[in-house]
Design a binder for this molecule. Sequence first.
Ligand code: UDP
Ligand code: MG
Length: 313
Amino acid sequence: MHVVYLVVPCYNEEEVLPLTNSKLTEKLEQLISAGKADEKSRILYVDDGSKDKTWELITKFHQECGSVAGLKLAHNAGHQNALLAGLMYAKDHADCAISLDADLQDDIDVIDDFLTHYSEGCEVVYGVRKKRDTDTFFKRFTAESFYKLMQSLGLEIVYNHADYRLMGKNALKALSEFREVNLFLRGIVPLIGFKSAKVYYDRKERAAGESKYPFKKMLQFAIEGITSFSVKPLKIISNLGIVISLLSSLGLLYALISYFTGNAVPGWTAIVCSIWLLGGIQLFCIGIVGEYIGKIYSEVKARPRYIIEKDLN
Ligand code: UDP
Ligand code: MG
């Protein structure tokens, strides 16, 4: 039977945590008695440097119930880092880890489906939101545009999947090979490969408390995601340079014609042509420098170049 770790990052979640804990312990007991999870399974709360009573609550839950474990981060490292801390801990103690938010927005009843797929050999199971009608129009619009933008920038990202997912031990080990500091798990997990599956669920409203992802953090997260995975913005600069250079040669022609037909103020032709041409050339050159920066950037990330799934020896 599988040892399952439910990894829950928590940042200032004192309002919702008691409810979350009762639901999750109930769920875990149910899984254990149904023979879907081993008795060594745990709910692992990762306190991401909360400033409220979150850690006191986690300690209390741990004393009350043996299947609750907790990690406390020394400072607010951010959702993705807190999640990674939990997953890396789970890698050494569990067969698979399921990451979920502390606010019960993700439907915990689909955990059974996650585990079914895992027993069928999937190393990664993505929880995908069916609809987003509980989100505000603004949140839905920005989030969905974000997924589309990421896809158009060439990222292999699962549409409408946040961080509700199951990862098996092998996938977790592979994840530990990614040494990047700017973490965007949604982009990394599909890169890992392995057999995967998707499970659809309805996303609910936050059970209590407020979102810990205000617009500013969301925007930072989006920029992080794009700049951690795509060098396309750099390519766009060099392409823009080429286009402007080409257009400026047309402009040059126009300016020369105006000059010879006598329609131009003296000096205008030379100024206009040099501005456009130089602008184009400059952008193009910045783009070339960018190409090299892009190379340095991928080297610095030192991502694993391959991940072995099976070894017949
Ligand atoms: N979170 C965290 N560190 C942070 C911000 C958020 O660990 O700096 C956790 C938070 O406690 C929650 C999860 O990340 O469990 C998702 O946050 P939230 O539900 O507020 O985001 P939203 O669903 O509004 O996008
Ligand atoms: Mg939430």
